[in-house]
Design a protein around this ligand. Structure first.
Ligand SMILES: *Cc1c(COP(=O)(O)O)cnc(C)c1O
Length: 348
């Protein structure tokens, strides 16, 4: 990896970050707070939230086996993705690389930031060759995005190739692990300390069942996390989000592992049942909480399900996904409803 200073946009390197009232005086417990122009009424909502999210980071650090200095928390993974562009990529000059098909936000964030987006199509097994990927890079390539398990294909990317990219690329490698809790392979988080150029994205939106509170995580070495802190909005996580996340992680009435086990079991049941249907051509192996399914006529079956108020994702216009539906694994009841509807699909 190049020296971090050479990868960062010069204006970000030079940036003097905003200093909030809570940066200048940190103790929030005791005191008469007349420094942030807050209202004295409507407690506790009258106070600005902790800009450093110290309590939540301490808990996430424990759960994930990292230190708080390895953690950025944002308004969904999407905030982390956007910040990566704003920290590393000079508009109209630099470029990033990703695989195709993959999560659409990398390309959208590239376009919003006016950064060139290059991509390599996955092979027919949804794998890729690391050397071919690196051939797309030049001296202006700042970031490579890898999504594993990948959306919408559902598979973990081959570990050997991912490792080769991390070890040989001179810039930043982002591994988006939004679905890692559903896979029977460990996260790259365990190897974070070995890789100064690695950023791992995870989220509260999938296995942790909290898409509504908008909470995404990025894990990296402290020097990279300091850059996120420098560029983010000072109060980027509301008090409501921080409080809800703390409750989720603290309260024993939520058994996230049990939720994951049930979803993974249901995925097998749904896959098995789908494979019996005459119009189902292929069910791709999935390490995530959804199935990518190739059928005879994706549009017709999508429309049929829609009429029954069952909504899946039609991916037929995505590269390598012609006539494919992406079906999220829901509750047992929801999955049973989906299968019942599909069994009644009128055959021509
Ligand atoms: C769902 C998903 C996310 C989660 O995004 P949030 O903004 O955290 O809700 C991130 N990456 C991928 C690939 C996803 O499919």
């Amino acid at each position: 990896m190049k020296d971090l200073k050479l990868l960062i946009r010069p204006n970000i390197w030079a940036l003097e970050p905003y200093s909030s009232a809570r940066d200048e005086y940190k103790d929030t417990q005791a005191g008469t707070f007349l420094d942030a122009n807050e209202s004295p009424y409507n407690s506790p909502d009258n106070r600005y939230p902790d800009p450093h999210q110290a309590d939540l980071k301490a808990l996430v650090a424990r759960v994930k086996g990292v230190t708080p200095q390895n953690i950025f928390l944002g308004n969904g993974s999407d905030e982390a993705i956007d910040l990566i562009f704003r920290i590393f990529c000079t508009p109209q000059r630099d470029n990033v690389i990703a695989l195709s098909p993959t999560y659409g936000m990398y390309e959208v964030a590239a376009h919003i930031n006016d950064v060139e987006y290059r991509s390599l199509e996955l092979d027919e097994h949804f794998g890729f060759n690391a050397q071919r990927l690196l051939q797309l890079a030049n001296e202006r390539t700042k970031v490579i995005f890898l999504c594993s398990p990948n959306n919408p294909t559902g598979n973990l990317l081959p570990e050997k190739e991912v490792r080769y990219v991390i070890e040989n690329f001179q810039g930043i490698v982002v591994i988006d692990e939004a679905y890692i809790d559903f896979a029977f392979k460990p996260s790259f988080l365990r190897q974070l300390a070995h890789f100064p150029n690695l950023i791992i994205l995870q989220t509260f939106s999938k296995a942790w069942a909290s898409a509504g509170i908008r909470l995404g995580m990025a894990f990296a070495q402290p020097d990279i996390i300091l850059l996120f802190d420098k560029v983010k909005y000072p109060y980027n996580l509301s008090m409501l989000t921080q409080r809800e996340a703390l409750t989720l992680l603290k309260e024993k009435r939520f058994d996230i592992d049990q939720w994951v086990r049930t979803i993974v079991e249901e995925k097998s049941r749904v896959a098995q049942a789908l494979s019996q249907l005459p119009f189902c051509l292929k069910i791709y192996p999935s390490d995530a909480n959804f199935l990518l399914v190739k059928i005879t006529d994706a549009q017709a079956i999508y429309d049929y399900l829609l009429k029954r108020k069952i909504i899946v994702r039609n991916r037929t216009h995505t590269p390598l996904c012609h006539n494919c539906l992406r079906i999220t694994i829901g509750s047992i009841t929801e999955n049973t409803r989906l299968l019942a509807a599909l069994r009644q699909y009128p055959q021509p």
